[in-house]
Design a protein around this ligand. Structure first.
Ligand code: SF4
Length: 482
């Protein structure tokens, strides 16, 4: 009997070409790729370490060393409030009604705890105070729910305790709350970039995903941002959602082009738990869609894997002339810069440390990484007890540092150049790392990469499957120990 993944792959829209990955994924020897993409966890955000139970003191001393050595860092604060929960969401969130009587206290607490956590980081890692921030992000959740006085208090703290001399500032919001006035405050506070999810430009699909805004509100936010002089606007889209057709995604991309958007993030729907692979930002609990399964709802069905890849190919085809993908999923207009924060942490010549303050944040440097607690009550309890709310920390062994550096570089979709790699690792070629070498041989055989004169380039199928490559192929079992 045909398994679910193959049946899903065979779900194709006859009006569009069969996607290039179709035949690759259908081959029995590529089953592990198919298994990975069928449910698809978040795949290219966290590159876990291999040393379990790593002492926190060692983690902080690694961070101190990493930050001292780095030219810049990426710093982010996470504000987890949302006014509703999207049906695909696994992120740690605090759901509230911003108009309710209790909201003011919750916002005040969130800012207090964020500041408290940041102060503890500054104590544990003194170099953080002087480190040049390349980009500062306020991620969410929906940080644009924060009332103006709390936002100003938060920013006052960060401006006075960290080095913003070279920083760009980026803020995440939601179309329903990023209004003209709020955007004006952001501009005044120094934010030059905003990002928000609309996920689709079709109101029926937006509603079916549980979101409470319209496509018009999204377009209005873009207009208002530009009026305020913020023309760096990144919009998140998801393909694979309830009720979505390949034509719907075509329409989404037509809107992106018509709106002349500087940046767009196109993500495949993630149905696997983030925490299972730990390769995504921390997840807290199952999304509604994970809990219910991909079932028909209100006469709408979920597009199968075959259609999802038709959508992905359509996105690539439509954006090709004007946009470049760097890193995977993140498209930027050709005349614009790529996402700076992603470049700071994943581009092979940088891969600088990243410090995350807030619920579920993940921080890392070359030698170690750690993730924060995702349950808000426990998070507050740790801070009340004077402890940093870190759930787990891992060390990264010397061999794994090379593997992680290579995988991060691969995720950027920029060809991985051995001469750049060897500068990072005291003259050592990536081919001298047994795991990288044997994995590359396998990937070459499968025609997922091409290697020429020490430069590894993903093929078109390799580009589409890069998350699966990174998360299933560079393993000790498959490649043997160094
Ligand atoms: S997807 Fe974003 S906006 Fe929706 S509930 Fe999750 S964090 Fe909030």
């Amino acid at each position: 009997m045909e398994n679910d993944a193959i049946a899903s792959l065979k779900d194709l829209d006859p009006a569009y070409p069969v996607p290039a990955v179709y035949h690759f994924l259908l081959q029995p020897e590529n089953q592990e790729f198919l298994d990975y993409v069928h449910k698809d966890p978040f795949g290219c955000h966290v590159f876990p370490g291999d040393i379990e139970n790593y002492p926190l003191e060692s983690f902080f001393s690694d961070m101190e060393q990493g930050i001292r050595e780095a030219k810049q860092i990426h710093l982010w604060a996470y504000i987890p409030t949302c006014r509703y929960r999207c049906h695909f969401c696994q992120f740690p969130t605090v759901i509230l009604n911003p108009e309710s009587a209790s909201a003011e206290g919750i916002f005040r607490d969130l800012v207090d705890y964020n500041i408290k956590e940041a102060r503890m980081w500054l104590e544990k890692v003194p170099s953080l105070a002087k480190a040049e921030i390349g980009e500062f992000n306020i991620f969410g959740g929906t940080p644009s729910l924060l009332p103006e006085p709390e936002l100003r208090r938060l920013m006052d703290f960060y401006y006075t305790h960290f080095n913003f001399s070279a920083a760009t500032l980026r803020f995440e919001g939601e179309p329903g709350t990023l209004n003209r006035e709020y955007l004006g405050i952001l501009k005044e506070l120094g934010f030059s970039k905003i990002s928000f999810g609309t996920q689709s430009f079709n109101d029926a699909i937006i509603a079916s995903s549980g979101r409470q805004h319209t496509a018009d509100e999204c377009e209005e936010t873009i207009r208002c941002a530009r009026e305020q002089g913020i023309d760096w606007v990144s919009v998140d889209l998801i393909y694979g959602m309830l009720g979505q057709t390949v034509d719907d995604v075509k329409y989404d991309i037509e809107r992106i082009l018509a709106l002349d958007l500087s940046h767009v993030v196109c993500t495949k729907l993630h149905m696997e738990e983030f925490m299972k692979t730990r390769t995504g930002v921390s997840g807290e609990r199952e999304s509604l869609w994970q809990k219910k399964g991909l079932i028909r709802t209100n006469g709408m069905t979920f597009p199968g894997l075959g259609k999802q890849y038709q959508m992905r190919e359509l996105v690539e085809k439509y954006l090709k002339g004007n946009y470049r993908e760097h890193p995977t999923m993140y498209f930027h207009q050709n005349h614009r810069e790529a996402e700076k924060w992603k470049g700071l942490i994943t581009d092979l010549d940088k891969q600088y440390p990243e410090v995350a303050i807030g619920l579920g944040g993940s921080s890392k440097c070359t030698r170690a990484e750690a993730i924060n607690i995702t349950h808000y009550k426990q998070y507050k309890q740790y801070l009340d007890e004077g402890r940093l709310p870190i759930e787990k920390s891992h060390g990264i062994s010397p061999g794994q540092r090379e593997v992680n550096a290579f995988k991060m570089a691969l995720s950027t979709l920029i060809p991985v150049d051995d001469s750049v790699f060897s500068k990072r690792f005291s003259g050592k070629s990536f081919l001298k790392n047994h795991i990288i070498k044997t994995t590359l041989e396998k990937l070459q055989e499968k025609k997922l990469v091409v290697i020429e004169q020490g430069v590894v380039t993903l093929t078109p199928v390799g580009t589409t499957l890069v998350e699966a490559i990174i998360n299933t192929q560079f393993t000790l079992t498959d490649a043997g120990q160094e």
